[in-house]
Write a protein that binds this ligand. Structure first.
Ligand code: MG
Length: 368
């Protein structure tokens, strides 16, 4: 089988809540997502998606994703999309770094491999654990009482894990964590995600001020070393996210006992192939995981669902259903949240079919 054509599309994904806000006053109103379509000489077509959380979250941005895909695509024409490690080697040879640009291509090749083999991607990733898996809800940064109210709203929808977006003014963040913390019920979990937003002295104050609250602390500071310093000053369970972007960082984090949970975003690692490698390493080391991406719509959510559902249940801390946050559906067959939980499709590949017309005109096409 050979890749004959690679096409990229741009899709706007507005939010049901209108705006998503996180640390340092950063926010996004409409997500700029990119869908990749890979065609083959045997008529099988695969799809992938990448959607950075704006240009100021990770070192990635939407136009960069599309430029990167366009740079890589000529080197993949004629390659066998079912040979995932070979495809990844070709991408790494064509473009150094830029894992987010490679992620939707890798995702689309997994979609093709699943269709060729007649198996869902979750089976190819190791098989599904249980009937479904647990989701968290990200609670956009707002005044403390609004965040309390939003947690209540999403609890009514079935969520039992809530990730508060903090990393703002430390005194207000202490209020946010304490106010929501008092509303938690048995069996629920609360995560305070600062998204790199605190300086060390601020993070040190916050973790001490909420010492009696049952809360996980996620990525308090910008650098790995700053986070490790805070990790060593607190007894709260600790999540590393933005600074863990590959196996080197993951192995260093394990050696330093830097975290209890790691956040594996598919595009941060460069696609399902590399995210699975990190997932399997974490599983062997006993490190729990949040499995998600930097945002996206139906196709990203489908990819997340296959990786999350094929992760041992006790090691999957949470996953995300991004397609329920946005107002536009781009594909049929995508998994849908049910009472705070989700299951991957049992159809071959990712199990999705883009809805005709939603993707619009291609941004570019590369073909033989
Ligand atoms: Mg995070």
């Amino acid at each position: 089988m050979k890749i004959t054509r690679i096409t990229a599309y741009q899709v706007d994904l507005p939010l049901h809540e209108g705006r998503y806000s996180w640390s340092g006053g950063k926010s996004v109103d409409v997500f700029d997502s990119t869908v990749v379509r890979i065609e083959t000489d045997e008529g099988i077509v695969g799809h992938g998606e990448v959607c950075p959380l704006g240009p100021a979250y990770l070192p990635s941005y939407a136009a960069g994703a599309r430029t990167g895909i366009a740079a890589i695509a000529p080197d993949l024409i004629g390659a066998d999309p079912t040979q995932l490690d070979v495809v990844n080697a070709l991408m790494d040879r064509a473009l150094k770094g830029h894992p987010y640009a490679k992620s939707p291509i890798d995702m689309a090749c997994w979609d093709i491999l699943g269709q060729v083999s007649g198996l869902p991607v979750s089976t190819l990733l190791g098989g599904t654990f249980g009937d479904d898996f647990v989701l968290y809800r990200a609670i956009s940064q707002r005044p403390p009482q609004e965040m309390v109210d939003n947690v209540a709203t999403y609890r009514d929808q079935g969520y039992r894990r809530f990730q508060l977006k903090v990393g703002g003014d430390p005194d207000t963040d202490i209020e946010r964590i304490r106010a929501v913390g008092t509303t938690m019920n048995t069996g629920e979990k609360l995560i305070a995600d600062a998204n790199t937003g605190w300086l060390m002295h601020e993070a040190a104050r916050v973790v001490r001020a909420v010492d009696d609250v049952d809360v996980y602390i996620e990525q308090p500071c910008l650098s790995y070393d700053e986070c490790l310093s805070i990790r060593r000053r607190t007894s709260h369970p600790f999540v590393m996210d933005e600074t863990i972007d590959g196996l080197d960082a993951l192995m260093r984090g394990h050696a330093d006992d830097a975290m209890d949970v790691v956040n594996i975003k598919i595009s941060k690692f460069g696609g399902l192939t590399k995210a699975r490698q990190a997932r399997d390493l974490c599983a062997s080391l006993g490190i729990a995981m949040t499995i998600e991406d930097s945002w996206g719509g139906d196709i990203t959510t489908a990819a997340i669902s296959h990786l999350a559902h094929s992760t041992p249940t006790e090691l999957l801390f949470t996953a995300t259903d991004f397609n329920s946050y946005v107002t536009v559906s781009i594909a049929d067959g995508a998994p849908q949240r049910d009472n705070g939980r989700m299951a991957s499709s049992n159809q071959p590949g990712l199990g999705i079919t883009p809805i005709p017309g939603v993707l619009g005109e291609p941004v570019f096409t590369t073909s033989i």
